[in-house]
Design a protein around this ligand. Structure first.
Ligand SMILES: *[C@@H]1O[C@H](CO)[C@@H](O)[C@H](O)[C@H]1NC(C)=O
Ligand SMILES: *[C@@H]1O[C@H](CO)[C@@H](O)[C@H](O)[C@H]1NC(C)=O
Length: 217
């Protein structure tokens, strides 16, 4: 039994160590002071990204924020849909609820539900923070997760574009907030959009690759 627990713990920790690589807590950052979620709705292409664990897992990634109305209760919810192509073969997406749903806050909270996960992991919440956007061309979004267990953090930055290709002027503007948070712009990766029609269209809701570890809130 102990052996099993140790093995499971080791596997968990090796994952955690590979994922959380930056020392200490998440840095202090400033999100946009004025923000309008309604203007942010619709589809965004991930033009570039930065992942502090240097994993390259998100080709053909798009993010979509959409408002959905429950046909029975007429309640409205905002959904976040992160779609991507895995190894050029599988189409995947991850859905989260967004709160505050009608907000003017650039600090959004995404709630993912994993119905088949162990009970304490069925609901997982992550911040999605908008650092810059002009709504029509570009956006820079950020998330940081901290592991108290090993005192390290993970950062992911999305450089988003309304069109599949981001123009140079918008790219400059989108990269500006990276200096402020100390991310080296030479470490950003261009999203490869060459193989975006996967062989298998396995359109199932899966875990988002950008938020792989459950974090204490
Ligand atoms: C999520 O986005 C992808 C790509 O646009 C789409 O194929 C999929 O149907 C969407 N899923 C939901 C539940 O909206
Ligand atoms: C993304 O594209 C790059 C370059 O074509 C490729 O090396 C990498 O394996 C792809 N990654 C995934 C997860 O599809």
């Amino acid at each position: 039994m102990y052996k099993l627990i140790t093995t499971v713990l080791c596997l968990y920790l090796s994952g955690v160590y590979g994922y959380f690589t930056l020392p200490g807590k998440c840095p202090d950052i400033s999100v946009m002071e004025t923000f309008n979620l309604a203007d942010f709705y619709g589809k965004w292409y991930q033009a570039y990204y930065y992942s502090s664990d240097e994993q390259n897992m998100n080709n053909c990634s798009t993010l979509e924020f959409n408002i959905k109305t429950n046909s029975r209760t007429y309640d409205t919810v905002v959904l976040f849909n992160q779609s991507r192509v895995d190894r050029g073969l599988f189409h995947r997406y991850s859905i989260a609820g967004v709160s505050p749903p009608s907000g003017f806050e650039a600090d959004l909270e995404l709630t993912f539900q994993f119905i088949n996960a162990p009970r304490r992991l069925t609901t997982r919440k992550y911040q999605f923070q908008v650092l810059a956007t002009n709504y029509r061309f570009y956006a820079t979004a950020y998330t940081c997760q901290y592991s108290p267990l090993i005192d390290k953090h993970f950062i992911y930055v999305w450089i988003l574009s309304r069109k599949p290709i981001l123009n140079d002027v918008s790219k400059e503007l989108a990269l500006k907030p990276l200096q402020q948070i100390g991310v080296d712009t030479s470490k950003i990766v261009k999203d490869d959009r060459n193989k975006c029609n996967p062989k298998y269209y396995d359109d199932v809701n899966t875990e988002p690759t950008t938020f792989r570890y459950p974090v204490a809130m």
